[in-house]
Design a protein around this ligand. Structure first.
Ligand code: P6P
Length: 340
């Protein structure tokens, strides 16, 4: 059977669901094209001047890798002239980036983490790009931070590109999740997995265990019960994975199930957590829910969180539905008992 390209898929989505209009289709294709360019830059490794530190810092207070800056530039340049966007927001930039006045503006807002997990670049571990699409509020010609502060339920599309052994684009427009694999010769994304479903149960968890001593009591109890295995209350053994690239960990979970957790703890409580709501947690939560999984803060559904700041952080529990609901129950029981 002839493979379906991303372009053909989007046109079919437009016909079938009328969710995608021409501007949103162009937006998604432009982001996909930018991801292809990022994949080339990432793939250059030591052969290109792309590894190591950029010598600059970002709004998160993190040292930027050269590829963080390169990826951010690629996404900004790709989206400047098409007329489909009103503005962008990025993990790498303090403020929203309006489409330059020289170009027409469209009705969408694009948010992205241009290169998530970039700490793994210099050791050749998979990294990725995460993106989220919102509508620009009616009548707003110059979007400001407040125009981006929409709950995750307002997203019209979300996706990520994982730069691994193969380059994959994972996309949802609210009608399921589909996976496209980059065919490097013609340079096109081909549909390789349609309507992905996450297994509702799992025996695999992903967390940075080195933070255990900082966790709140419900987290301590939940993980202790997993580690107790067959002899414990779960009655079965669990496996653990932690790539420290959210995109890689989430893709594994999308493919074979699991639970990914970055809880708030004594180290991150002041900031509200580690991962960013608008361009990490929300797009991943939208994708995971569209694939039959669940995504919470440990207390509430991530997509229902009302954002207060563009770069705000949030605790993240996402993946196999039944496991996320159980982990969340440990926290809700503690809430009700007034325990920490
Ligand atoms: P830690 C990468 O920096 C990131 O934002 C996510 O991609 C990843 O899941 C997490 O942080 C890793 O955090 O504390 O284990 O280095």
């Amino acid at each position: 059977m002839k493979p379906v390209s991303l372009t053909q898929f989007l046109i079919e989505e437009q016909r079938r669901h009328h969710v995608i209009n021409a501007d949103l289709r162009l937006l998604i294709e432009v982001v996909a094209r930018a991801c292809k360019r990022i994949a080339i830059a990432v793939g250059r490794g030591a052969l290109g001047d792309v590894l190591g530190e950029a010598g600059t810092g970002n709004v998160q207070g993190e040292a930027q890798k050269k590829l963080d800056v390169i990826s951010n530039e690629i996404l900004l340049e790709a989206n400047a002239w098409g007329g489909h966007l009103a503005a962008c927001a990025s993990e790498e930039m303090a403020d929203p980036y309006p489409v330059p006045d020289a170009y027409p503006r469209g009705n969408y807002l694009l948010l992205f983490d241009p290169l998530d997990g970039s700490g793994n670049i210099d050791v050749n571990i998979s990294v990725g790009t995460i993106f989220s699409v919102l509508r620009c509020p009616e009548g707003v010609a110059h979007p400001a931070e407040k125009d981006f502060l929409q709950p995750g339920t307002a997203q019209v599309a979300a996706g990520y590109c994982v730069y691994g052994p193969s380059t994959l684009l994972i996309l949802t427009t609210g009608h399921g999740v589909n996976v496209f694999t980059l065919d490097r010769e013609p340079g096109s994304f081909l549909l390789t997995m349609r309507d992905v479903r996450i297994p509702e149960d799992t025996s695999e968890f992903a967390i940075n265990m080195s933070n255990q001593r900082h966790w709140e009591a419900p987290m301590q109890r939940y993980i202790a019960d997993l580690l107790a295995g067959k002899q414990g209350p779960r009655g079965r053994d669990f496996n653990m994975r932690w790539v420290a690239s959210m995109v890689a960990d989430v893709h594994r979970i999308l493919t074979r199930g699991g639970i990914f957790i970055y809880p708030v703890d004594a180290k991150t409580r002041e900031k509200g957590g580690k991962l960013r709501l608008m361009y990490e947690a929300n797009p991943m939560a939208f994708i995971v829910e569209q694939a039959g999984g669940a995504a919470t803060t440990g207390h509430t559904r991530i997509l229902d969180v009302l954002p207060q700041k563009l770069h705000q952080r949030v605790p993240v529990f996402l993946g196999s539905k039944n496991e996320v609901e159980l982990a969340t129950r440990y926290h809700r029981v503690a809430d009700q008992a007034g325990l920490d």
